[in-house]
Design a protein around this ligand. Sequence first.
Ligand code: HEC
Length: 125
Amino acid sequence: MPATMMSIAIALFPAVASSTGPAPSAQEGKQHFIRCAACHSTNAADRSATGPHLNGIVGRAAASLPHFAYASELRGQDFKWSPARLDAFLESPRTTHPGMCPTFNGLAKAEHRAALIAYLQQPAD
Ligand code: HEC
């Protein structure tokens, strides 16, 4: 990762970066996306997946894709998927958003969550 991107990553995830050492890597995060790929695409044009596409999910308003028929408690909620929100969800999906992503039980390690969020910000990497 180039030095400038490294400092961006550290700026975005200060708590995680300082508690775990190395900054999260989108490359590594791609491996964790395997847990999501059965139901989610990172391609905005892909509408065949079970779940809503996750292109631009970091900073996106919850349940905001007009073409996707949201079914869970997410509907009608007014928040954006900030890195902190995503981190809380990824750590404990059953308590933060019960029923939203069936079969996903959470990523226990903070550095794995940070890497996945870094990947979601830059899925092309
Ligand atoms: C078994 C299928 C499945 C898996 C695996 C899964 N999800 Fe989901 N996810 C869904 C479905 C379905 C929804 C839409 C829920 C609804 O209808 O309200 C969703 C919704 C979401 C949303 C909200 C999107 C929005 O537009 O507000 C996020 C964020 C999300 N998932 C992230 C993830 C991530 C990250 C992973 C992997 C760590 C993951 N999901 C794994 C099925 C899944």
